[in-house]
Design a protein around this ligand. Structure first.
Ligand code: UDX
Length: 422
């Protein structure tokens, strides 16, 4: 199959490389030539383990261009993989989705033959048959489902394990309203041996949001219970190990700590809340999920203040800046509200991360950045563990004040050690 991918961010880069690996010809499109240059030489524009190797291996099936017109003309399926940021009120900002749809529509106006447009970006339910369809029809002068197809095919990738998530998915969700688009997606995923769900497009869009919202709910639930367990001297992890053994519940995403960050959970939960509010059914559970997640990182600083009541002038180490290990992504990282709180208390922050220092430095240019985790531990008055990088398990925390937000067992040797929920 000949596939064009609009947008070479996280979703586009991973999706395109994986489709090439499956034997398809893939054309990547982006407005940034630098990203395309990277792809052409087998380098991923985003950090994801294994992605450079996958691009390099499949270079003969990959091309990259800023020319949307050419990319769409030369392919029969287009995946929209552009970003869907948030508006200030938390609702989804569809500006990139709409402009991509208009661009595709312009080309479809002159193009002969069937073309399927698949929305892979995370969009609230109703977007594909609403804004995307209107923009495509207005720009092409053609009618959806008669002259071209529309589909939704949400992704369920986790940063750091995205390739494994694509090649061994729990399920594939295909939202299609016409047999031709359904057939295109079914044949693309033909070699996959997992449940494949074919549903209406708005249902596919909703499955994505509800999956993320439910996982985020599990985390906030574990944190709320974790806060109670802490006051009772109970180890939350032991409690949830027992709870998760119930097959109806499942043990995943019950790791309590300082909450969820990243490009998806915080944004998607807020967008679902905004959609529910606009529909006149303001959600109580989802609003609490966000509320718990906002307070949770601040508990780490509150625990620190139990041992160092006055943080003014104290050198506090923030160990881990990415929103989770194995990524350089700091979007909604819990290290951000923690750093804000420390600075408010007058502390001087010294930070370290194996991959994310440069992005964090752009937010906090005046903080100090340690050359290594060992240096941070040596020179800080107290250490806050904010991301569970593997290398942090091998450090020597002897004699330090350590407040642990992510459960790094080796850190328990500190002279004072407190876990946020244990
Ligand atoms: C998530 C979804 O898992 C994925 O299916 C979706 O496509 C995109 O959003 P991602 O954001 O890459 O993926 O990371 P994930 O591993 O889900 O972690 C998200 C956040 O939750 C991280 O900050 C992580 O530290 C936190 N988390 C995760 C917990 O605090 N406890 C847990 O038990 C699991």
């Amino acid at each position: 199959m000949k596939i064009s991918i609009l947008g070479t961010g996280y979703v586009g880069a991973v999706t395109g490389a994986c489709f090439a690996e499956l034997g398809n010809d893939v054309v990547f499109v982006d407005i940034y030539p630098a990203k395309l240059d990277m792809i052409r030489t087998g380098r991923s524009p985003i950090f994801e383990p294994g992605l450079d190797e996958l691009l390099t291996k499949n270079l003969d099936r990959i091309s990259a261009t800023t020319d949307t017109d050419m990319a769409i003309r030369e392919t029969s399926v287009t995946f929209i993989c552009v970003g869907t940021p948030s508006n200030p009120d938390g609702s989804i900002d569809l500006r990139f989705i709409e402009s991509a749809s208009r661009d595709i529509g312009q080309v479809l106006k002159e193009k002969d033959g069937w073309h399927t447009v698949v929305v892979k970006s995370t969009v609230v339910s109703g977007t594909t048959l609403g804004s995307v369809r209107s923009a495509l029809e207005a720009a092409s002068g053609k009618v959806a489902f008669r002259d071209f197809g529309l589909a939704s095919n949400p992704e369920f990738l986790k940063e750091g394990s995205a390739l494994a998530d694509v090649f061994s998915p729990d399920r594939i969700v295909i939202g299609a309203e016409d047999p031709r688009s359904q057939e295109v997606l079914e044949s693309l995923y033909d070699s996959f041996d997992c449940p494949k769900l074919v549903v209406a497009i708005p249902v596919a869009e909703m499955i994505k949001y509800v999956s993320n919202a439910f996982l985020a709910t599990k985390i906030s639930f574990a944190n709320e219970i974790g806060n109670l367990c802490k006051t009772m001297g109970l180890d939350t992890a032991e409690v949830f190990a027992g709870v998760g053994l119930d097959a109806r519940i499942n043990p995943a995403f019950f790791r309590s700590g300082i909450g969820f960050g990243g490009s998806c959970f915080p944004k998607d939960v807020r967008a679902l809340i905004a959609q529910a509010e606009a529909a006149g059914v303001p959600p109580k559970i989802l609003s609490s999920v966000v509320a718990v997640n906002e307070v949770q990182p601040l508990r780490l600083v509150a625990l620190l203040k139990k041992h160092l009541p006055d943080l003014k002038g104290k050198r506090i180490g923030v160990l881990g800046l990415s929103f989770k290990p194995d990524t350089d992504d700091i979007r909604e990282s819990r290290a951000i509200p923690i750093t804000e709180e420390l600075l408010k208390e007058g502390a001087s922050v010294i930070a370290y991360d194996p991959l994310a220092i440069e992005s964090f430095r752009r937010l906090y240019p005046d903080s100090t950045y340690a050359a290594s985790a060992e240096d941070l531990i040596k020179t800080a008055d107290a250490v806050l563990l904010t991301t569970e990088w593997k290398e942090f398990e091998a450090l020597d925390y002897t004699g330090k004040i350590v407040i642990d937000g992510r459960r790094v067992p080796k850190a328990a040797v500190g002279s004072i050690y407190e876990g946020v929920c244990w």
